[in-house]
Structure formats: structure tokens, C-alpha cells
Design a protein around this ligand. Sequence first.
Ligand code: COA
Ligand code: ZN
Length: 314
Amino acid sequence: MAGNSNAAAGDRTWPVSERVDIVDVSPRDGLQNEPVLLTTEAKVELIERLVGAGLRRIEVTAFVSPRAVPAMADSEQMLSRLPRRDGLRYSALVVNERGVERAADTQVHELNAIVVCSDTLGQRNQRMTTAEALRAWDRIAGMVRDAGRVPSVTLAAAFGCPFEGEVPEDRVVETALRAAEAGPAEISLADTIGVGAPGQVQRLLSRIREVLDPSIALRVHLHNTRNTGLANAYAAYIAGVRVFDATLGGIGGCPFAPRATGNVPTEDLAYLFERSGVATGLDIKRLTECVPWVSEQIGHEVPGLLARAGPFPP
Ligand code: COA
Ligand code: ZN
């Protein structure tokens, strides 16, 4: 099928791409803010279920202080028990060199560092301003490469900060260009508190795409706090983004951002793309079957809608 060419697609009116990558971040973002701590065994089962539903990229944990995020305390034990297979890639979040050292002793494939675009949330989340986090990222990227793993970076609070309010677009673009110097495979823009709207998402991603080294892939990490998550994902797609974070049932949130709520739901996002003619490689029916299980594990209902309504056509 012809890449992005609408003309070649003839009767189609939507943009056509071969496929998008959905990165399921349920075991990390999805669980880090839950009061109930899942056992290592339950996390392994969650990841096995995701693999069974077709996921080939999963963010499985964070190598951060267990005091800061108790739910991520078992990273090493969990990674040693995960299924391995060709084409299946696990990633983990890091904020400092200590995290990379720990990760280097495991079989994780990719490490994703965090640079927060606002100083206040940066200090609350990882005790670093944006400038300090960029310097840490330079060192982290080098260490990750030396360890034979793939470095990527997420720019958090890229669409707004819970403490400072609006984050200037110029600041986000400059942060992206500065982060690009360390040579990440991907730069992800995160709407940590779910305040972005589609016009803003499309404009900012398009601006960054125009100035960024084309060998660096753009990715988005969207929260659905104000019900704009799926619309934002599609706006990012129109702007050229092909890698999307999501969580089963839309669980998750940042423990350091007040009133943060869940990510875009993996199954709802997969449905949106598949029904728009964009392949995800995911088995939507099997994904929806995972949702009641995850809901039972965390002990409450989840916001995702597809698992309630059911896939279509049936
Ligand atoms: N893994 C495990 N432990 C770590 C660690 C890491 N990557 N980095 C630091 N620590 C430990 C230190 O050894 C120290 O332990 P101790 O008190 O038993 O000696 C403790 O954490 C505190 O370290 P300190 O350097 O004083 O940092 P801090 O208390 O100011 O916390 C961070 C700073 C960065 C470690 C902490 O804020 C953090 O881990 N944040 C991650 C936030 C996160 O995951 N957010 C959600 C995703 S964006
Ligand atoms: Zn998040």
C-alpha cells in the first residue's frame, strides 16, 4: 500500500500509513500510581497477556528510587522472569545514572529517560530542573549506548504543567532540539496531566518534526484526563507521529502531578487506528479480554470504553 500518499489511495479520504507502533505502558505508568501493589507474578502475567494480544513493545518498569515509587521496586526480579521472543522489545524508564546501572544488569532492550519541560514539576518528579535533566540525559544516553541498549527520551509536561500552567511552545521545541543532540532513537512528547487539545498537539508536533533530525522518530504519551486523549492521538498521527504510548483500560497517572489520571486506552486506540485503515498489529478482541482482568487486579473500574461496548463488527 502506498505510504502516506492520499492521491495513490484513490477512494480513501483518510491518511494512509502502513502501520503505527503502540507501546503499552500499563506495567509502568499504569501501575505506578495505584494504591494496590501488584505482585511480581501478577505483573509478569499482565505482560504475558499483552504479548498474547500482539504487543511487541512494552514499557515494563522504572528503575527509580523504590521510596519515590514503591510500585516499581521489583524491576530486576520481574525482568528476569519475562518471556523473550524475536521482535519483542521491553523498555524501562530512568531518571538518573543509578537507574541505568541497575538496568544494565537486566535484559531490558530500551531505556527511556525523562526531561520535564517545566522546572517545578521536574523538581518534584526527579529533583531536577529542565536544564539539569538535559545534562543528566546527555550522560544517560552515553551510558545506555555503552551498555548496548537503545536510548530514548520523553519530554514531560510538554502541553502544560500542573504547577506553572502553560508551558511555552518555544521552550518545548528548544528542549526537543537540545535533547536530540544526545542521539535518541525516539523523542516522546508527554501530556503528563492531560491538558492538550488536538490543534495544539498537531501544531507542536509539526513544528518539532520540521526542525528535528529526520532519523529521530517522534512518539507521544497522552493522558485522557480531560477526554481529549484519543483526539490528540489522531492529531499527532496527522502531524506524522507513528509511535503511541497507551495503557490497558486507560489506567495510570503520575504520582507527582496532582489529579493526574489515566493514559489513552490501548484497546480504544487500536480500534481507532484499525477502523481508520491504519494497522497496529494488535488483536483487539484479545486486548478487550485483558481489561476485566486488569480491573480486577487493581480493584476498581477502568475508564476505557471499548471493553464495555465491545469491538465492531462483532
Ligand atoms: N534506583 C534505586 N534507588 C535510587 C535510585 C535509582 N535509580 N536513585 C536514587 N536512589 C535511592 C538512593 O540510593 C537513596 O536511597 P537511600 O536513601 O536508601 O540511600 C534514595 O533513592 C534517595 O536518593 P537521593 O539521591 O537523595 O534522591 P531523592 O530522594 O532526592 O530522590 C530520585 C531523587 C530521582 C531518586 C527520585 O525522585 C526518583 O526516583 N524519582 C523518580 C520519579 C518517577 O519515577 N516518576 C514517575 C515517572 S515520570
Ligand atoms: Zn504518563
